[in-house]
Design a protein. Structure first.
Length: 279
């Protein structure tokens, strides 16, 4: 194999790696920043123009697994209200099988989105971003299949080994995979800074995997805090980006609540897995 072929092979490898990492990180960032912290919790404000820009970026980066901000907000508010109880849409304490847990979550999400599930008015207060032009693209199979085809064509153009095609299902189902990681491990694996009525955990002190979403214990204690990190060694990457946005006047952090380190650490240390009655 000549030097040019070796170089081209290396470039193709790097291209696939960059696409995968870029899709993973951008998708989970906009889910955390836009659908979660902005749409579900309203932890900051922004102009209508910037809301449209970020709404489009969420749609673009999430692609085939784009989440309706309305349905996401309602589902997430239900999770906080009923965390780890039988009414929780996604509790690994109630359903230890992660596949069954996410199938139930998907069914509830679809019911909310399609209007076939009755929702308590306190969860559906209209305080979430709405853009029917984008939100309705997930109503059928057209757009999701188009996104899936685009990812597949990219791999046909740049993949150099068969095993790289095994990454394609992750691209197709990126949103549900993120949700499974956060909702399962965030209530099963890790340490607790705060005691509470649920089994939420902080899984990673530096949450590079899901942009801060795995600080579930901190978030359930301080639901309106823009930062999900509470202790000095905890790093919430999404919040660091939000601080930059705020410095440039793109968003305005409300500051009505800020996660603070506990005076005494409570709960268990690292444990895999954690039983529901550990505390």
């Amino acid at each position: 194999m000549n030097a040019h072929a070796v170089l081209q092979r290396y470039i193709d490898h790097v291209t696939i790696a960059i696409l995968f990492l870029l899709h993973w990180q951008s998708s989970v960032f906009f889910q955390s920043f836009f659908q979660h912290r902005y749409g579900a919790h309203g932890q900051f404000t922004m102009s209508r123009s910037w809301e449209r820009i970020f709404h489009f970026m969420a749609w673009l980066t999430q692609g085939s697994s784009y989440l309706s901000p309305r349905a996401y907000a309602i589902l997430h508010r239900m999770h906080h209200a009923y965390s780890d109880t039988p009414k929780d849409p996604h509790s690994p304490i109630q359903e230890p099988n992660v596949v069954k847990m996410m199938l139930r979550t998907g069914k509830i999400y679809s019911g909310i989105k399609e209007g076939t599930l009755e929702v308590e008015s306190r969860f559906d207060d209209g305080r979430y971003p709405s853009w029917p032009l984008l939100d309705k693209t997930q109503d059928g199979w057209g757009w999701p299949l188009a996104w899936g085809a685009a990812y597949t064509l990219f791999y046909f153009a740049f993949a150099t080994h068969w095993w790289q095609f095994l990454l394609l299902p992750i691209h197709w189902f990126m949103g549900p995979i993120h949700g499974a990681i956060v909702n399962y491990f965030g209530h099963k694996v890790g340490y607790r800074n705060f005691n509470g009525s649920d089994d939420s955990r902080n899984t990673l002190p530096f949450d590079f995997l899901t942009m801060g979403e795995l600080f579930q214990n901190n978030h359930h204690k301080y639901g309106q805090s823009p930062t999900f990190a509470a202790r000095w060694f905890e790093i919430d990457p999404a919040y660091l980006i939000m601080r930059v946005f705020a410095a440039f006047g793109i968003i305005r952090l409300k500051g009505t609540q800020v996660a603070r380190a506990p005076s005494r650490v409570t709960g268990s240390r690292i444990s895999i897995p954690v039983p529901a009655n550990a505390d």
